[in-house]
Design a protein around this ligand. Structure first.
Ligand code: DON
Length: 308
């Protein structure tokens, strides 16, 4: 029997109501500090092209670290397993912008979803495409998958983050000292801040990630975005590392590969079923949307979509 998403969304809205507006917005990026914490949107994208949306699912927000899933897909397609010479694939158990492990582990970040690891991924792509062309390539993929040519970088958010990016500059300089950054720090960071500042809504995000639920093949266009093997690995890294020092709790509660961003978005993949994007700007201590996680918990309870 097909799932009744109207009933599922009604139950989700009931379940989040007491917590709506809770959490803290990411005010360390000035351009994100004024976002309304009451916002909530969710969208489910399915193999047959159907999308089911609720709330503010058409409103664009800053995808931030969710972009790391798409840059990881690009780099695995381009350089394959060579990536793992420069980045690990273990959960860090540390905050997303932590520097402590980098010294002990000689400039090799724990995984490609923490900031240091994502900066190395971006550096790889800057070497392979050039700084502007890598952003164009990423945007073109997102536009093609989501079917919207207007998807773009929010330049105000990118420059806002660049103006306060001391921590990411420290990570990049530190990795450069170990020989694990191949391009000038400012060039790689400009590309990193740009991809974090891409604006998308829940419908577009869920749709763009559908290939991750179907062995790397986008079921609507038929395009193989990454190999089945790479897809399995991206999902594995999302499951173990997608929420930093909150990854274990997220897996315990939701049981699906996911990636959060400090803009309040969470992207989740249910292999064989579909992809889900949720947005609510109030964050927990680890930088994952508080209400978004609650909504996903209800969604997996009602759909049975957890992998466990
Ligand atoms: O580098 C940063 O700090 C931001 N551009 C991205 C951080 C982020 O989204 C962490 N996710 N929860």
């Amino acid at each position: 029997m097909p799932l009744d998403f109207n009933a599922i969304f009604a139950e989700i809205l009931r379940s989040i109501e007491p917590d709506r507006g809770c959490g803290k917005v990411a005010d360390y990026i000035p351009a994100l500090a004024a976002i309304d914490r009451m916002k909530f949107g969710m969208c489910v994208s399915l193999e047959n092209g159907d999308t089911h949306c609720v709330g503010d699912a058409e409103e664009r927000f800053s995808i931030q670290s969710i972009s790391k899933v798409f840059t990881l897909s690009m780099v695995l397609r381009k350089v394959g397993d060579d990536l793992w010479k420069r980045v690990g694939r273990e959960p860090s158990g540390s905050p997303f912008n932590s520097i402590v492990q980098l010294e002990m582990e000689r400039g090799i970040p724990r995984n490609p979803l923490i900031n240091a690891g994502a900066i190395v991924v971006t550096d790889h792509l800057v070497s392979d495409f050039g700084p502007a062309a890598m952003i164009d390539e990423l945007l073109n993929r997102l536009r093609m998958l989501a079917g919207d040519p207007s998807i773009a970088v929010d330049e105000d958010v990118a420059s806002s983050e660049a103006s306060v990016g001391a921590r990411n500059r420290a990570l990049a300089n530190f990795m450069q000292s170990f020989g694990n950054l191949h391009n000038p720090v400012e060039e790689t960071l400009a590309a990193y801040f740009s991809h974090c500042a891409i604006s998308m809504n829940c419908r577009q995000l869920a749709r763009a990630a559908l290939f991750l639920a179907f062995n790397g093949r986008d079921p609507i266009s038929g395009k193989q975005m990454v190999t089945g093997e790479a897809c399995r690995r991206i999902n594995a890294v999302m499951m173990s590392c997608g929420h930093y020092d909150n990854s274990g709790d997220f897996t315990y509660r939701i049981g699906l590969p996911g990636k959060s961003g400090v803009g309040g978005g969470i992207l989740v993949v249910s292999p064989g079923h579909g992809s889900i994007a949720v947005w609510s700007p109030g964050l927990n201590k680890a930088g994952t949307s508080h209400v978004g996680s609650l909504a996903l918990e209800t969604l997996v309870r009602l759909t049975g979509w957890s992998v466990f």
